[in-house]
Design a protein around this ligand. Structure first.
Ligand SMILES: *Cc1c(COP(=O)(O)O)cnc(C)c1O
Length: 412
């Protein structure tokens, strides 16, 4: 298998929560649908019909991975579309109910939609964003107390993209159901990484995105429990039983089916070999770099994700230095957006200012090797030491002259 390069350098890709490589098996399964098999799955002729049968087979592969029935799945264009469709469908089903319960640490796909519904539509909807504790966990008593008579829908992510923290969504869905409230979960980071069995859950809606599990970008799935109320977001043709208009993205659907089958077969490896690599990486960095701390619950976490804060340095500067070695990672500080604010997830967790700015997320996949982990553990301590030498905040905090409350972020 060829590996990605930038210039002469091999890429060490540890940003799998942002997107993943398309698995070679997935690409191979997709290719015929860009050449010979170009029929429309809705056509009456055999040429299109054979494509329709393969789309049905792919739906079965996705259903198998999450314990759903194929009819409960709707193909969409992405995770974001699935999230919007689910939440808006739930609200439409209960026009007299105006309350939404979600969390402070949702992906923007859910967070910004809920804030939009709250603020920009003239406060037609009321949104409760549940807080998290220092380890990124929710308090279930606080959750129960937040549910009101006019709560239409709860939307809580299965696993957090920045920290990997896993929420007890199955239990939360049972509680919602007992109160007659619909439950949606953004499971984009969870699907393919941890076992999911919807046959035994009270979850009404669940979102999936292809490009987070080695399928291509631009394909998503929304699971809608049989019997749950539904209203389409995109109205058009009869595709997806009238639940999502638009000719199917056939090649991507075939690819997603293949990716789900692969993921089912690799779940064991993800939770043993990938987890061990993540732990080696995390322990190596925490042991070698002073004033570093783990963000997120140490156990209740995805097997592939670690998020570590290096105090008194700026995440973006760390990323630029890692990039020089071809190492791809992400940061929880949002200087790219022009704001000096750390991410909403770090803020919700109450990560101290000096640490929130220096948070780095490393997210692995089955394609990572031990040699790559060793390389990162070898290079990162030197990067942090160098940045700290240049940091007035590190200097002052280590000469007892703390006090300057201005931002340590070096970007403007
Ligand atoms: C990536 C991601 C999304 C968005 O998925 P797209 O397919 O990129 O729209 C939504 N939620 C979570 C948790 C994600 O990580």
């Amino acid at each position: 298998m060829t590996s990605a390069r930038q210039g002469e350098q091999p890429v060490i890709y540890m940003d799998n929560n942002a997107t993943t490589r398309v698995a070679p098996e997935v690409l191979a399964a997709m290719l015929p649908y860009f050449s010979d098999l170009y029929g429309n799955p809705s056509s009456m002729h055999k040429f299109g019909g054979q494509v329709g049968r393969q789309v049905a087979a792919a739906r079965g592969q996705v259903a198998e991975l999450i314990g759903a029935q194929p009819e409960e799945l709707i193909f969409t264009s992405c995770g974001t579309e699935s999230d919007s469709t689910a939440i808006l469908a739930a609200l439409q089903a209960n026009p007299e109910k105006r309350h939404i319960v979600t969390t402070r640490v949702e992906h923007p796909a859910v967070k910004n939609l809920c804030e939009h519904l709250d603020r920009l539509t003239g406060h037609k909807h009321r949104v409760t964003q549940l807080p998290v504790d220092r380890e990124g966990m929710l308090d279930l008593e606080q959750y129960e107390a937040a549910l009101a008579d006019d709560t239409a829908v709860v939307s809580v992510m299965w696993a957090n993209n920045e920290t990997g923290v896993i929420f007890p969504v199955e239990e939360m869905a049972r509680i919602a159901k007992s109160r007659g409230i619909l439950f949606h979960t953004d499971a984009v980071q969870a699907v393919g990484k941890i076992p999911i069995n919807l046959a035994e859950s009270a979850i009404d809606f669940l979102s999936i995105s292809g490009h987070k599990l080695h399928a291509p970008k631009g394909i998503g799935v929304l699971y809608v429990r049989k019997g749950a109320p539904f209203a389409p977001l995109i109205i058009g043709g009869h595709q997806e039983k009238g639940r999502r208009g638009g000719t199917e993205n056939v090649a991507a659907i075939i690819g997603l089916g293949q990716a789900c089958e692969l993921a089912a077969g690799r779940m064991e490896e993800e939770n043993s070999r990938v987890r061990a690599l993540r732990d080696k990486l995390e322990q190596g960095l925490l042991a070698q770099i002073p004033s570093s701390l783990l963000n997120g619950h140490p156990q209740k976490r995805l097997p592939n994700t670690t998020n570590i804060s290096f105090e008194y340095v700026e995440g973006e500067a760390i990323l630029l230095h890692l990039d020089q070695y071809g190492i791809c990672a992400s940061s929880g500080s949002a200087c790219t957006s022009g704001s000096l604010e750390p991410s909403h997830v770090m803020r919700a967790m109450g990560v101290p200012f000096t640490a929130a700015h220096g948070s780095v997320r490393l997210s692995l996949s089955v394609y990572n090797t031990e040699a790559e982990v060793d390389f990162v553990v070898e290079k990162l301590p030197g990067i942090i030491a160098k940045l700290r030498e240049m940091s007035p905040f590190w200097q002052s905090s280590h000469q007892g002259a703390v006090g300057g409350a201005s931002c340590p972020c070096s970007c403007s």
